[in-house]
Design a protein around this ligand. Structure first.
Ligand code: DON
Length: 599
């Protein structure tokens, strides 16, 4: 197993290799400062928008003030981030939007990418059956059929109050007039991998004359594409724009055709629901693994009194939580894939008796080595044939609550930083490399060591398994305290997404951290295989040492380097003060260009 695999997954392949050290230092020093300052949440009386980029937060806020609801604001933010956070915000990717309206009705819009019709199980293997390095990550063949435009326009039409053009106006303005780059944002545009694609480098890197902090970054081609979408979003899938995308794909050797685009549809699915210590957890169903794994983790932990065992990030808490992660990720690896192509044992995974059986297998004094872990019998069907998978790296999450109490939790992605690196020339946006979220080859451990079942093999029209976990938490109890919005949560971070959301729920619900402290708390992660406890750089050294003594293989690098920025994805969170109803925003201090914006 290569060293630093988690960190490299989170920061490569399309990351700013040359400037990573500088960026890491900036991120870390900011985080440390934020902690020292003991940051408080941002407070607002009526509405709140929390995103990774301040102009995008403002775009959402402007639409709310114009009379839009949380869905209008989410659509505004989704398109704005495609302009102002192009490493992950996108038109050429996909994601999930979880909506809970003021009456408690929930919707989960699945706008995950789909494999093109010409995709096949072994498409990333050479003649000898070996995986061709990077083929599923870089270039034309790495892309799935994008879902973002379908998802955002569907959400707008079904659940928004304003028009699509109104919701998209801020994004169009930001692309036309430009926005001012901070130092971190300018660094993000410097990826060497992008320089390999001249059309991409022309837009984001002025063909080598890299943008600097303080400069205004304008994207006229993208502005025109956004104007066309605002007029008619179906043009992207069935009209002139679809033809343009298909032509660029064909010229570059990609698989996506006009027919693939015409056949794409967002799906309105039922969210996964669970319960944890007086709260209802509303979260992501397959094709995300996130929700069901989150529920399984929380079910296992529900039998422990965590604050009694120790404080937030104490050795005892980290031990029990890690053992729950390990067990739930074993099931993730063995069973999950696209629900439209597989029968998934979701009910069995969420069974409380099954959780209790898992719980009783946890040794209070030491870790259970993953290779010795035995699934409690009598609960689950036999797993399909196990296969390895790769999972990587650039996504963004935002959380929104409007004045009426409607809430949106949205996570969307290009997968890696700038996705496949391929720009649709003439339309000014990059394509995803989500095909890498499928299994490239059955039976061979991949570079990241994350394994999962044949349920996630490549098939035409299939959605790759995701870890994205947009989540909404509401109160569960007597009628006067039942069904009240409590938290809107989510994060990027590949396979660390689920454990981060779990840690955020636990820090808030069990340990009573305020929502800003929750966002900034140092993270820990275990994914069953590799059998290793990964820690962020700022995780307390003494706790890490004690966990090592207890028997864990601990991966906490002391020095940030180019492959290890030392920080993972940014949680963007909202809490509702149960006493006053005030909205509390927690923008993750790991990145300094975002904002919790409220009024
Ligand atoms: O859908 C998934 O699970 C991955 N494509 C997400 C990648 C990701 O979160 C990277 N973020 N830093």
């Amino acid at each position: 197993m290569p060293r630093n695999t988690l960190q490299s997954r989170l920061f490569t392949p399309f990351v700013v290799r040359t400037s990573a050290v500088v960026l890491s230092t900036l991120l870390i020093s900011f985080s440390t400062k934020a902690q020292q300052l003991g940051l408080e949440p941002t407070r607002a009386q009526h509405a709140m928008v929390v995103t990774i980029q301040h102009d995008a937060s403002d775009a959402g806020l402007a639409v709310l003030k114009e009379g839009g609801n949380a869905v209008d604001a989410a659509v505004a933010v989704g398109f704005a981030l495609a302009v102002t956070y192009p490493v992950a915000g996108n038109l050429g990717g996909g994601g999930f939007m979880l909506i809970r309206d003021k009456h408690g009705k929930t919707h989960f819009i699945d706008y995950r990418e789909k494999a093109p019709a010409a995709a096949s199980r072994d498409m990333y293997l050479d003649a000898k059956g070996n995986v061709i390095p990077k083929m599923s990550l870089a270039g034309y063949k790495a892309s799935g059929v994008p879902g973002t435009v379908a998802g955002l326009s569907y959400a707008q039409k079904q659940y928004g109050k304003l028009t699509l053009a109104q919701d998209m106006a801020p994004a169009i303005r930001l692309a036309t007039e430009g926005f001012v780059l901070s130092e971190q944002e300018a660094h993000l545009l410097e990826s060497k991998d992008m320089s390999k694609f001249p059309s991409t480098a022309k837009i984001y890197q002025r063909s080598g004359d890299f943008y600097k902090a303080g400069e205004t970054f304008k994207q006229p081609e993208l502005a025109e594409t956004l104007r066309r979408i605002a007029k008619d979003p179906t043009d992207f899938y069935k009209g002139a724009m679809a033809k343009q995308i298909a032509a660029v794909e064909k010229a570059g050797g990609g698989l996506i055709t006009a027919e693939d685009l015409a056949g794409y549809q967002a799906k309105d699915r039922n969210p996964i629901k669970g319960r944890y210590r007086g709260y209802d957890i509303i979260t992501a169903p397959p094709p995300s693994s996130g929700g069901i794994v989150l529920v399984e983790i929380l079910n296992i932990l529900s039998g422990f009194d965590l604050p009694k065992l120790g404080s937030d990030r104490s050795v005892a808490q980290v031990h029990y939580i890690t053992e729950a992660f390990r067990r739930a990720y074993m099931d993730r690896g063995d069973y999950l894939g696209d629900p439209d192509f597989n029968q998934l044992p979701l009910k069995q995974m969420a069974n409380m008796k099954y959780a209790a059986a898992w719980r009783s297998s946890i040794d209070p004094t030491k870790p259970t080595p993953s290779k010795e872990l035995v699934r409690p019998s009598g609960f689950m069907p036999p797993p399909p044939q196990v296969t390895p998978r790769k999972e990587s790296t650039q996504t963004t999450h935002f959380s929104i609550v409007d004045k009426d109490g409607n809430a949106v939790s949205n996570t969307y992605t290009l997968n890696s930083y700038f996705g496949s690196g391929v720009l649709i020339d003439g339309l000014g946006f990059v394509m995803n490399n989500e095909m890498d979220d499928f299994t490239s080859k059955v039976g061979v451990p991949n570079v990241y060591g994350l394994i999962q079942s044949a349920a996630n093999g490549i098939e035409p029209g299939k959605r790759p398994l995701s870890a994205m976990t947009p989540t909404i938490v509401t109160t569960h109890g007597h009628w006067f305290r039942h069904g009240k919005l409590a938290y809107v949560m989510g994060t990027p971070g590949g396979s660390t997404i689920i454990t981060t959301v779990a840690n955020d729920v636990i820090s808030a619900v069990d340990n009573g951290l305020n929502i800003q402290q929750v966002a900034d708390a140092p993270r820990f992660h275990h994914q069953y295989l590799p059998d290793r406890l990964d820690l962020e750089k700022k995780f307390p050294v003494d706790v890490a040492d004690q966990l090592r003594t207890m028997g864990y293989t601990v991966n906490r690098l002391a020095v940030a380097d180019e492959k290890n920025p030392g920080v993972w994805g940014d949680s963007e969170l909202i809490a509702v003060d149960p006493k006053t109803g005030e909205l509390l925003g927690g923008h993750d201090s790991r990145r300094d260009f975002g904002k919790a914006a409220g009024y």
